[in-house]
Every structure is written in C-alpha cells, then in structure tokens.
Design a protein around this ligand. Structure first.
Ligand code: ZN
Length: 237
C-alpha cells in the first residue's frame, strides 16, 4: 500500500510541472492571439480613417487636478463612465461585452489586483482593467487641441515597430517607453534567439513579453527589444 502511495506521489510530482507548463503555454498563445486581433483591428480602423490611428486614451498629471479629456478617437473607451463596446477598434472585431473584455485581458494578468487611479486625477474612474497599452509614439496628446495621431503609412519597417504591449501595472491605455516597464509574465525559460544583444552568450533572458506590431502581427519580445528606440519610434532605421 505504501509503495502504491509513494508511486502515485512521484507520478504527481512528475506531472505537475508539465501541467503548469502547459497552462503557461496556453496563456501565452491566447495572449498572442488577443494582440494579433487587436493589431488587425487597428489596421482596419486606420484604413477607414484616412490612414490615421486612433488616440491613446491617456491622462497626464498636470497642475490642474483633472487635465484629462475623453475623446471619441481614444482607441479604447476604458473609463468606468464609458461603454467599452463603443471603442473605435471594437467594430472591427466580432465580439462585444464580456468576450471583448476578455480579449483585452491577458489570461495571466490579475487586473483586479491593481490600485484604483488616484481620485484627484481620475475621479471615480476606477482602474485600467485591461492588459494591453498602445505605444505613445502612435498617438500623443491628451486633449483635442494637442492630439497628434500618426498615419499607418508613415511607419516604415512596420514588422519591427511595437504597436501594443503588456505594461507592468498600467495606469491608463498608453505605454510610454522607455519609462514604462513591461511585464515578464510569460515565463523566463527561453534562450535568447537573437545573438545580437547585450546579453552574455548563453544567458537566459526571456522572450517573455508579448507585443503586437504596426504591421498587425504579434510575437514575444524581450525588455531589451522594447527599450530600443528603433522598435518604438516612428523614425529611425
Ligand atoms: Zn500576456
């Protein structure tokens, strides 16, 4: 009897890591799929809007306590007083409601653990409840008069330019590199594929961040990759 119990215990010990790896892989794939759909929706949006991308939906702290303007062009209507289904990109996806919310959340991101936004800045807006944020180089400005959206056709080397990524604890829908750091939630056991980096040979550095690119595709990247201005600025190489 004890032998049987022992064997079962060993089997469980052998299986658990494999199961958790399988779960991690499934989460990574779902997240990449979310980002790919988001990327495609943004391209479709720009196609119907003289090539312009929508605005970032960001707020900034300024001298005035609530310098924060909701604009129709904000890519995601994430604030509590807005209907997420009305977000500009949403009409290019065939999901709405709960399914749309899930598409905007990485399966391993516990969005409810986040802090509410400070009440002196975003009164009653709760928190950013989604996982993906848009590169601020795509669109900047927080008010109608300062709004500057880029056009999809202005971007070159689009397969290397990040459109959306997964920020650590985002406070709005805009990612501001290099200050805003990205998550490493998708594991850390990957060998570096691209040898042209600052990492020592053979180090494990983790392609553990998912990103969507301006050409609409999605793939895992490293923080180093995201920190390189060539991968987030419209100009450059
Ligand atoms: Zn993810």
């Amino acid at each position: 009897m004890l032998v049987v119990v022992g064997i079962i215990a060993v089997l469980i010990a052998l299986l658990l890591p494999a199961l958790s790896r399988a779960r991690e892989n499934a989460a990574r794939v779902t997240c990449l799929s979310n980002l790919r759909q988001l990327g495609m929706a943004m391209l479709l949006y720009s196609n119907e809007n003289q090539q312009y991308f929508p605005s970032s939906g960001a707020w900034v702290r300024a001298d005035s306590p609530t310098v924060y303007t909701e604009m129709d062009e904000d890519w995601i209507w994430w604030q509590l007083d807005r209907d997420i289904n009305q977000s500009p990109f949403a009409r290019y996806l065939n999901v709405s409601g709960d399914k749309l919310q899930r598409l905007l959340q990485c399966p391993t991101d516990n969005v409810m653990d986040r802090q509410d936004l400070p009440s002196d800045i975003a009164l009653g807006q709760g928190k950013y409840r989604y996982s993906y944020t848009i590169n601020q180089a795509v669109s900047s400005g927080n008010t109608q008069s300062t709004l500057q959206c880029t056009k999809a056709v202005q971007w070159t080397r689009t397969a290397e330019k990040i459109l959306f990524s997964e920020e650590i604890d985002p406070n709005d829908s805009r990612w501001a590199p290099p200050g805003d750091r990205l998550t490493t939630r998708h594991g850390s056991g990957f060998k570096q594929i691209n040898p042209v980096t600052s990492y020592p040979v053979g180090s494990v550095c983790g392609l553990n961040i998912n990103a969507a690119f301006v050409d609409g595709h999605a793939e895992p990247i490293t923080q180093d990759y995201a920190d390189d201005p060539r991968h987030y600025l419209i100009g450059g190489q």
